[in-house]
Design a protein around this ligand. Structure first.
Ligand code: C6P
Length: 419
């Protein structure tokens, strides 16, 4: 059988298709403060397509039951739906096995689990944990806690003025005492895309565990954990068009086997007596209690939605929109973009010479434009960049060129007000 050639999609086709997809997101079609909503706070959380909302409603309407516990039909269906979502997430990350996917509350809980576990089983006084200056607090504080508990030292890779890791710094800072390297894939406050593949290879040269915070990456680029070569990868469902309160940790089988359980309770055990308890194998070992079943189902639907759209196409559209937004924003006098690394993701953090970021956010809100302002849970980045806070517009596949125009018009309005 001869293979039919796929028609080549033009940039205009891609834009038209993304515009069609926008129709799938009910929350986008509303007025805020009398104006059409322009939602540019996607790094904080994304809106949900109809398929995700429907999958969760259908789960509650038809299958609702606890999992791994019942022999009745609904429990079997609920278990199947939950485990199917695990397989979907494994495929999405190109993980070797679904049993390496642990469902948790999100990135924060995933990094806490790893840090807590490594503090117990690997870290000793004098060991070192290497992170970077652009980490989200959820990839700083758990390691500080782990270091405090174990006597290890936290070391921080410096960043440049444009928001990149200092050239050669990771290699320079690794020592034979480095046990963990934990790095953000895409910075939420700078947009920088870190060379995680190279960093993981360097970490492995000194025998360190390589952890990647993928919270901002998964919605914007194809992630293949085997290709990256990390030992653990964490992400949150809600930044990927899935529900809040659910996310996933992928970690190598051997690492999951070595880590102690994070919490004790139902479904994570083999045998319990008052003298001794033996634990189930991963992932059950890390999923004590009734998990967020409908959340996992919703996450599975979100991942399938993203896969169907195609991350290569999403990336191409993101890049197009980011280029336009960057060009337009750079033309606004007194606007400083914070984070200008080459190849950055679709996150535009900025300050204005005349207005505080919170004032920018407030005036933009009056125009129906939703952005985030503040330190974005990356206080060290603010200190490094010499700003108290930034305003941040973060893009998603459903944003349009017209919305970028509205953003820029609204920023100009802020300038007028604060002239
Ligand atoms: N960043 C932002 O507005 P949770 O809260 O667990 O879903 O994700 C935490 C997290 C971890 N790493 C990075 C790089 C992140 O961006 C986030 C969440 C949001 O930027 C809320 S602070």
């Amino acid at each position: 059988m001869t293979e039919r050639a796929q028609p080549i999609e033009t940039a205009a086709d891609l834009r038209a298709d993304m515009l069609r997809l926008r129709e799938e997101f009910p929350a986008l079609h509303q007025r805020v403060r009398g104006r059409p909503l322009v939602y540019l706070d996607n790094a904080a959380t994304t809106h949900k397509p109809r398929v995700v909302l429907e999958a969760m409603t259908r789960f509650y309407a038809e299958d609702n039951s606890n999992i791994h516990r019942g022999v009745h039909a609904l429990s079997v269906r609920a278990t199947e739906a939950y485990e199917q979502a695990r397989s979907t997430v494994a495929r999405f990350l190109s993980a070797p096995s679904a049993s390496e996917i642990v469902f948790l509350r999100g990135t924060t809980e995933a990094i806490n689990l790893i840090a807590h576990g490594l503090a117990h089983c690997r870290l000793r006084p004098g060991d070192e944990v290497l992170i970077t200056h652009m980490e989200h607090h959820s990839n700083i504080v758990p390691w500080q806690m782990a270091c405090k508990q174990s006597g290890a030292t936290l070391k921080v890779v410096p960043i440049t003025d444009n928001g990149e890791l200092e050239h050669g710094a990771v290699e320079r800072m690794l020592t034979d005492r480095t046990r963990v390297v934990s790095v953000v894939h895409v910075s939420n406050s700078l947009g920088t895309v870190n060379p995680v593949r190279e960093i993981c290879a360097l970490a492995h040269k000194v025998g360190a565990v390589a952890v990647v915070d993928g919270a901002q990456a998964v919605a914007h680029m194809a992630v293949d954990v085997q290709e990256i070569g990390c030992d653990a990868y964490a992400f949150s469902g809600h930044k990927l068009m899935g529900p809040t309160g659910v996310g996933a940790l992928w970690a190598r089988q051997e690492l999951l086997a070595e880590l102690p359980p994070y919490q004790g309770g139902g479904d994570m055990i083999e045998v319990v007596t008052f003298e001794k308890t033996t634990y189930a194998k991963a992932p059950a070992k890390f999923e004590a209690g009734t998990p967020n079943i409908s959340g996992a189902v919703g996450l599975g639907a979100a991942v399938s939605f993203i896969e169907q759209v195609g991350l290569d196409r999403i990336h191409a559209y993101d890049t197009w929109l980011l280029e336009r937004a960057t060009e337009q924003m750079q033309a606004i006098p007194g606007l400083r973009l914070i984070g200008t690394a080459p190849g950055k993701a679709a996150i535009l953090a900025f300050t204005l010479d005349t207005a505080h970021p919170h004032d920018i956010g407030t005036i933009l809100d009056m125009e129906g434009v939703a952005i985030r302002t503040g330190h974005h849970c990356t206080q060290p980045v603010m200190v490094r960049m010499g700003v108290p806070a930034t305003a941040r517009a973060s893009l998603s596949l459903y944003n349009t060129q017209e919305e970028i125009d509205t953003l820029c018009r609204a920023v100009n309005k802020v300038k007028e007000v604060f002239q």
